[in-house]
Design a protein around this ligand. Structure first.
Ligand SMILES: Nc1ncnc2c1ncn2[C@@H]1O[C@H](COP(=O)(O)OP(=O)(O)OP(=O)(O)O)[C@@H](O)[C@H]1O
Ligand SMILES: Nc1nc2c(ncn2[C@@H]2O[C@H](COP(=O)(O)O)[C@@H](O)[C@H]2O)c(=O)[nH]1
Length: 389
C-alpha cells in the first residue's frame, strides 16, 4: 500500500490567504510538514508578494515562528498542492492545475547547501527548486601535473559561464599562497582536523600530494550541485581514481603538458613554489602523466600547448560551442492532470488522474532519479506515464 502525501492543501489561490497571510502564527497548522523539530508551513504570499508562495517555520523546541530567507524563485500561488517529505531535508510539492513549467517543486529545508547558507546568513533559510525532466549534467574531474594549466582553464570556464559551472573547493593542509583566499581557493585546514574529518567520513576523496594532504569533502560537491551548477573538481590522479570508484558519476579529463621543459618553465614562471618544491612537483609529474595516459580513468585527454586552443577544445568536449545555448541545461516541463491524487510508494510518487470523462492517466515519478537542484534551479526527474484501465 502506498502512503498518502504529508498533506494536501486546497484553495491557495492568489488573494485567498487561507490563514497564511499573517506575520506571526499561521492559523491553519495542520498544513505544516514536520521535519525534526521544525514544522514548515507553505502557503499564502512570500513577504507580501502575491506572485510567490510563502514559507513559515515553527520551531517546536523554542515554540517560535520565523519567516526564513527564501532562496530561488518559488512557485506561483495555486489552487492546491500535495506535500511529501523526502529524505535528506527536502519537501516535494506537487501543484494542482498548474502550467507544465510550474507543477513540481522541491523545497530544500535541511540540505548541506541550506546548512551552509544558514551559517552565512545567520538565520533560517529555505530554497526552492523547480522540478523538470531529464538528467542533471555530470560533474567534471580535471587532473594533470602541477603547472600544466588546470586552474587557468577552470578559471576561464567559470569566468565565461558563471551561472553554469561551480568549483568544488578542496581542503588542504598546505599553506595559502599570497593571493589565495580561505573558502574560495581552498579550505585551508589543520592536519589533525582534516585527519579527524576524513575519519568521520566527510570526504569523497583525499590524497597526499607533493607532501601535503588534499581532499574533496562531500559537502563541497553538494554545495555546488545544490546550487544548480555543474561541479568542477581540480584534483590529482590518486583523487580521480577514488572518485571513479565512488558513487559520483563524473566525466574525467586529463590535461597533458606539451613537454616536461614547458611544464618546468610554467611552474617557475608562476613563482609560487620554492626550488625544492618545484623539483618535487616535477618528479611527481612523470608518474602522474604516465598514470593519466594509461590508467583507464580518463576518457578525455587535453594537450595544453596553446591556451586558447586548449580552452576551445575543452568547451567543445563539454558540449559548449558557438552554436549551442550556454545558459544552463535545456529544460522540459511536466504536464500533470488538472485533477489528481498523489500517493507515495517507496521511492516512487504516483500521480493518478481523477474526475469524470478523463483517461485515468497515471504518472509515475521516480524519486531515485532526483539530483542536482536549488535555488531556483532544476534537477533531473524521470517520469513514466501509464494508462490505467
Ligand atoms: N597554455 C599555456 N601556455 C603558457 N602558460 C600557461 C598555459 N596554461 C597555463 N599557463 C601558465 O602556467 C602556470 C601554471 O598554470 P596553473 O596554475 O593553471 O596550473 P595548475 O595545473 O593549476 O597547477 P597546480 O596543479 O599546481 O595547481 C600559470 O602561471 C599559468 O598562467
Ligand atoms: N586528490 C586531490 N588533489 C587535489 C585536491 N585539490 C587539489 N588537488 C591537487 O593538488 C595538486 C597541487 O595543488 P596546488 O594548489 O598545491 O598547486 C594539484 O595537482 C591539484 O589538482 C583535492 O581535493 N584532492
Amino acid at each position: 500500500m502506498g502512503e498518502a502525501p504529508a498533506f494536501f492543501v486546497d484553495h491557495l489561490e492568489n488573494g485567498y490567504t487561507n490563514g497564511f497571510g499573517v506575520k506571526s502564527e499561521p492559523k491553519n497548522r495542520d498544513t505544516s510538514v514536520l521535519i525534526g523539530d521544525r514544522s514548515f508551513v507553505i502557503g499564502g504570499n512570500h513577504e507580501g508578494n502575491p506572485l510567490f508562495l510563502g514559507v513559515q517555520i515553527h520551531d517546536k523546541v523554542t515554540n517560535k515562528w520565523s519567516s526564513p530567507s527564501v532562496l530561488g524563485t518559488g512557485p506561483k500561488p495555486c489552487k492546491g498542492y500535495s506535500a511529501i517529505v523526502l529524505p535528506k531535508g527536502r519537501i516535494l510539492v506537487i501543484k494542482k492545475g498548474s502550467a507544465s513549467d510550474d507543477s513540481i517543486w522541491f523545497l530544500e529545508v535541511d540540505t548541506p547547501f541550506i546548512r551552509e547558507q544558514k551559517k552565512l546568513l545567520g538565520r533560517e533559510v529555505v530554497a526552492w527548486s523547480k522540478g523538470v525532466r531529464g538528467n542533471a549534467e555530470k560533474p567534471i574531474v580535471i587532473s594533470g601535473p602541477s603547472g600544466v594549466g588546470k586552474g587557468t582553464l577552470i578559471s576561464m570556464l567559470m569566468k565565461e559561464f558563471p551561472s553554469m559551472f561551480g568549483f568544488s573547493v578542496s581542503h588542504t593542509t598546505r599553506a595559502p599562497r599570497c593571493m589565495e583566499k580561505n573558502g574560495v581557493h581552498y579550505h585551508f585546514t589543520d592536519k589533525t582536523v582534516m585527519e579527524k574529518e576524513i575519519k568521520d567520513g566527510k570526504f569523497l576523496e583525499f590524497a597526499s600530494v607533493h607532501g601535503n594532504l588534499y581532499g574533496t569533502s562531500i559537502e563541497s560537491v553538494e554545495v555546488v550541485t545544490d546550487s544548480g551548477k555543474r561541479c568542477i573538481l581540480d584534483i590529482d590522479v590518486q583523487g580521480a581514481r577514488s572518485v571513479k570508484a565512488s558513487s559520483l558519476d563524473a566525466i574525467f579529463i586529463f590535461v597533458c603538458p606539451p613537454s616536461m621543459k614547458e611544464l618546468e618553465d610554467r611552474l617557475r614562471a608562476r613563482g609560487t613554489e620554492t626550488e625544492e618544491q618545484i623539483q618535487k612537483r616535477l618528479r611527481n609529474a612523470d608518474a602522474e602523466i604516465k598514470a593519466g595516459k594509461s590508467s583507464g580513468i580518463f576518457e578525455h585527454k587535453l594537450y595544453n600547448d596553446n591556451l586558447e586552443e586548449c580552452y576551445k577544445t575543452l568547451k567543445n568536449l563539454l558540449g559548449i560551442n558557438d552554436l549551442a545555448p550556454v545558459n544552463g541545461v535545456e529544460v522540459e516541463g511536466i504536464n500533470l492532470p488538472k485533477e489528481h491524487t498523489v500517493t507515495k510508494m517507496d521511492d516512487k510518487i504516483l500521480i493518478q488522474e481523477t474526475g469524470e470523462g478523463t483517461k485515468n492517466k497515471m504518472i509515475v515519478l521516480d524519486l531515485s532519479s532526483i539530483n542536482g537542484g536549488a535555488p531556483g534551479r532544476t534537477r533531473g526527474i524521470v517520469l513514466d506515464t501509464v494508462k490505467s484501465s
